[in-house]
Design a protein around this ligand. Structure first.
Ligand code: ADP
Length: 158
């Protein structure tokens, strides 16, 4: 079976993430969504909330697993014996950071490949950080996030 790990903060999961997951399911048998538990990053949603929201909005529950991980991504991937790390690309602005990250991961573990997937045009400018910012000012983000996330954001910023 072909497995891929899709790592990220998912704070919160957006339609951009879901777009990448759908595309990934068309070429991989199984996708592991790996939610990072990076204590140094300030999150809007706790790790438990992020995991819960992802599980709530998943489409193909049989072929997707949701887990958290801490520490180095390559160590996590190696422990799970999975050789593909999936990352999403939006506009050119993602490239520099993703290139650095992929290069660093390759230096750390040459047996793990980073695979990039391009999101659909409607998600080119969707990011969790922008969604958080707009939602914090009570702006409408309903077209960029699944309904459960939209509701949770509204509660959070009420
Ligand atoms: P991280 O903190 O690791 O960047 P994110 O949750 O922000 O975590 O992103 C996880 C992955 O999903 C990254 O590869 C990011 O580029 C990708 N991603 C985020 N939003 C989108 C989007 N709208 N379209 C495509 N990929 C996206």
């Amino acid at each position: 079976m072909n497995y891929a790990i899709y790592p990220g903060s998912f704070d919160p999961i957006t339609n951009g993430h879901l777009d990448i997951i759908d595309r990934a399911l068309s070429i991989f048998d199984k996708v592991i969504i790996a939610v990072s538990d990076n204590q140094q990053k300030k999150h809007l949603f706790s790790l438990e909330e992020r995991l819960h929201l992802i599980r709530q909005v998943l489409t193909d529950k049989k072929r997707i697993e949701v887990e958290s991980f801490s520490g180095l991504l390559v160590n996590y991937a190696q422990a799970k014996k999975i050789k593909v790390v999936l990352r999403g690309l939006r506009a050119v602005s993602d490239f520099e950071y993703e290139f650095q990250l992929a290069n660093m991961n390759r230096n750390l573990a040459d047996d793990i490949q980073t695979v990039f997937m391009m999101t659909g045009q409607e998600n080119f400018y969707v990011s969790s950080s922008l969604v958080r910012e707009v939602a914090s000012f009570k702006g409408n983000v309903s077209q960029h996030v699944p309904q459960a996330v939209n509701e949770r954001l509204k509660e959070k910023f009420q």
